[in-house]
Design a protein around this ligand. Structure first.
Ligand code: NOJ
Ligand code: MG
Length: 532
């Protein structure tokens, strides 16, 4: 692999340990054919942007054959590319070009459920109750004591019951949309199929996998009712998508799931010590998060506690210390993430506007100095905010099931250049699948690339400076006490300060390597700095 961006010490295979990984939401990154929907050749054509930005890898959301009811997270064929996004050869070209540019490629794997258009589910419907085809999913009869009602009280993460009844009266479980039937991982055919899928993509040269709903594959075998009590924790199904107060989760984070990751660990190892997997596991505690990255399981797991933390020095510092303690216990590297395609963009979470952007840049700078890897979500390097998508343009299945604003607002296509929509998202004037705001002219990659004060320039600087210390500053973090409003820590030669308060903070002695906003002897509120 070329080393254009590669700060990874020679001889190390665990490139992900301190990597910056950029998430590409395939529909919304770049469109090559003018249909208004991003695609694989579009991504390939824009890889130089990622190389110049200075990330180490990209993670691409699902581009497999899919009816797109959940925009690709409903897979009908795991080993082919949806025509909407291109062909298998386009995936090969993308991987090859990324590797030429020194970028690793992580693809998404969706093992919890298939699409209802997957051949297995179609066969299950046709074969009827009691058949081996139905046994690949979680079909159940009416409960004998409550005829005509679903087998248990579980709710879909996207709202409404987690069960749908078919014509012959049986119900099937879907923790997400009704077009996403859950597989029965206790049926040996299921792990066998996914081992084949892993090998298929590893053979095509991908460097890793992001495992969707990694905490969900096994349900408590009894499929008993969930105990719902007021005042519990928010459901860990999918972060901000749901706000149900439950602490009893018979559908998530069952112990059996870890055997799956032990077997995948072996498959990844066979393909090469430099292949990895990162879990999307919404767990309840740092310790249950760390269980996914024990030495014989997956390599990384998203640290959603960081993204869920409020704007407060105490909250950020707590997440840092509890995360480091939890992953250190199992010898894994921590990860950090502030935005993805499922949550409100962090500029908006922190209040939006100038203050939201200042805070977002400050939180980002803080995260990028921590040991471990950081995951960035496309568009955050442009400082994009959540878009208020008009009801008629919303497409998120959770919106369609509940009428509540869903995740469309963080999925608006990227503005590349120009002064009006589609901002060079695709060729010509064809409009993208979700309309872009008409005030994005100053936010395009083209506009920001030439402005040294832009958020894009800030990210580029941060990643360049980070490459100078990411692998040498060590894993050790010492928290400093600079008052209740300041997150402060040292990592090797680097000192990091984040001011979450309302008054400026005296800067300690040292050279300011980079700050997230103007600094002048003091660190203003909503600002972070790296010092040496
Ligand atoms: C998590 C994915 O990130 C989300 O977008 C998707 O809707 C669910 N898993 C279901 O696959
Ligand atoms: Mg297209």
């Amino acid at each position: 692999m070329a080393d254009l961006n590669d700060p990874i010490p020679a001889g190390r295979d665990d490139w992900w340990r301190h990597a910056v990984v950029y998430q590409v939401y395939v529909r919304s990154f770049a469109d090559s054919d003018g249909d208004g929907i991003g695609d694989l050749p579009g991504i390939t054509s824009r890889l130089p942007h990622l190389a110049e930005l200075g990330v180490d890898a990209l993670w691409i959301t699902p581009f497999y054959t899919s009816p797109q009811h959940d925009h690709g997270y409903d897979v009908a064929d795991y080993t082919d590319v949806d025509p909407l996004f291109g062909r298998l050869s386009d995936a090969d070209d993308l991987v090859a070009r990324a590797h030429e540019l020194g970028l690793r490629v992580v693809v998404d794997l969706v093992p919890n459920h298939t699409s209802d258009e997957h051949a297995w589910f179609q066969a299950a419907l046709a074969a009827g109750p009691g058949s081996p085809e139905r046994a690949r999913y979680l079909f159940r009869d009416d409960p004998t004591d409550r005829p005509g009602t679903p087998p248990n009280n579980w709710e879909s993460v996207f709202g409404g019951p987690a069960w749908t009844q078919v014509d012959d009266g049986q119900w099937y479980l879907h923790l997400f949309d009704s077009t996403q039937p859950d597989l029965d991982w206790r049926n040996p055919e299921v792990p066998e199929m996914f081992e084949g899928v892993l090998r298929f993509w590893l053979d095509r040269g991908v460097d890793g996998f992001r495992v969707d709903v990694a905490h969900g594959l096994f349900k408590e075998a009894s499929l008993r009712d969930q105990v719902v009590e007021p005042g519990g924790r928010p459901a860990s199904g999918a972060g901000e998508m749901v706000e149900r107060n439950v602490s009893d989760e018979p559908m998530w984070d069952q112990p059996e799931v870890h055997d799956v990751y032990r077997s995948w660990h072996r498959i990844l190892d066979e393909a090469g010590a430099d292949r990895m997997a990162v879990a999307e596991a919404w767990t309840q505690t740092p310790e249950s998060m760390a269980a996914f990255v024990r030495p014989d399981e997956l390599d990384q797991t998203f640290n959603f506690a960081w993204l869920l933390a409020d704007w407060s020095a105490e909250a950020f510092a707590d997440v840092i210390t509890s995360t480091l303690a939890a992953v250190e216990g199992v010898g894994a590297a921590p990860t950090w993430v502030l935005s993805n395609h499922d949550v409100v963009r962090h500029v908006t979470r922190y209040g939006g506007g100038e203050q939201g952007l200042a805070r977002a840049r400050a939180a980002t700078l803080t995260m990028l100095a921590l040991p471990g890897s950081s995951y960035l979500y496309q568009g955050e390097e442009l400082g994009l905010e959540q878009v208020d998508v008009a009801p008629e343009d919303r497409q998120d299945p959770s919106y369609l099931r509940t009428g509540e604003v869903g995740r469309d607002g963080c999925r608006v296509p990227i503005p590349w250049a120009g002064t009006e929509a589609p901002y060079a998202f695709g060729p010509g004037a064809g409009q993208p699948w979700i309309p872009q705001p008409d005030d994005w002219a100053a936010l395009t990659v083209g506009a920001q690339a030439t402005d040294p004060t832009s958020t894009l320039a800030f990210y580029t600087d941060a990643l360049r400076i980070r490459r100078g210390f990411a692998w040498t500053a060590g894993e050790e973090v010492s928290m400093l006490d600079l008052g209740a409003d300041v997150v402060a820590f040292e990592r090797g030669p680097i000192t990091v300060l984040l001011n979450c308060g309302t008054a400026p903070v005296e800067l300690p002695a040292g050279e300011v390597l980079l700050a997230s906003g103007p600094v002048d002897g003091t660190l203003p509120p909503d600002t972070a700095a790296w010092l040496r």
